[in-house]
Design a protein around this ligand. Structure first.
Ligand SMILES: [Fe+2]
Ligand SMILES: [Fe+2]
Length: 223
């Protein structure tokens, strides 16, 4: 008999068909694996809630728009799916909290250990070799350059809302993976909740720093 997680994975896979390769089912499965890894270093984790939330967290990703927050919609859609599958109501509430709070820019902060782990795992997936690969997929989708060489303060002033590092990108086509690294990725480790995630993040950021440094040197004909 098909087990619960296989069934859920199948539902998510069908629902997410056609989503950008940066946010598709493979992102979901990487986050799922990272969740299991992080959970080993924490106490009192409800693995049922964590695994279910990990599989469902981006189910509404393709519906994201100015009006729709995929975390809010995702929590609603997940409730419906889980009810149909006969999932216990008290756990549905816990899963919904994880999904609702998984994104960085939201005011909804994770309060439970499962929500903290999911949020951290989701952020780790934008770092390291995977993070670099994903950032170039997005660069292609937005018509960005391979590398933009300009002083970072100047860029922040020109293309981030309010001239702030955490401001929204005004024109995505003027952004680039190395600018994303400078303005966002390298600040991620100190914004994570669990110690193990911070440790993994620091190592992944260092790898990215070396990659973008080398990219610049190759572009300048130094290597
Ligand atoms: Fe998300
Ligand atoms: Fe995600």
């Amino acid at each position: 008999m098909e087990n619960f997680y296989d069934k859920l994975r199948r539902i998510v896979e069908e629902e997410m068909e056609g989503t950008s390769p940066a946010h598709d089912i493979n992102h979901v499965l990487r986050v799922y694996n990272l969740c299991l890894k992080l959970a080993k270093h924490e106490r009192n984790v409800d693995l049922d809630v964590l695994k279910t939330a990990a599989l469902l967290h981006d189910i509404a990703r393709s519906k994201e728009s100015l009006e729709v927050d995929h975390a809010v919609l995702g929590a609603e859609v997940s409730e419906k799916i889980l009810k149909e599958l006969g999932y216990p109501q008290e756990k549905i509430e816990k899963v919904k909290h994880c999904i609702l709070t998984h994104r960085f820019r939201s005011e909804n902060r994770p309060k439970t250990i499962e929500a903290k782990i999911l949020s951290d795992a989701d952020k780790l997936d934008v770092l390291g070799a995977v993070g670099i690969a994903r950032s170039f997929i997005l660069a292609g989708e937005y018509g960005q350059k391979l590398f933009v060489d300009m002083p970072i303060e100047e860029y922040v002033k020109q293309n981030l809302e309010g001239g702030k590092y955490d401001g929204k990108i005004i024109d995505p086509s003027k952004h680039s993976p190395n600018l994303e690294f400078e303005t966002k990725f390298k600040h991620i480790p100190r914004r994570l909740y669990t110690e193990k995630a911070r440790e993994i993040a620091r190592e992944r950021v260092e790898f990215m720093r070396q990659f973008f440094e080398r990219l610049k040197r190759e572009i300048e004909g130094e290597l």
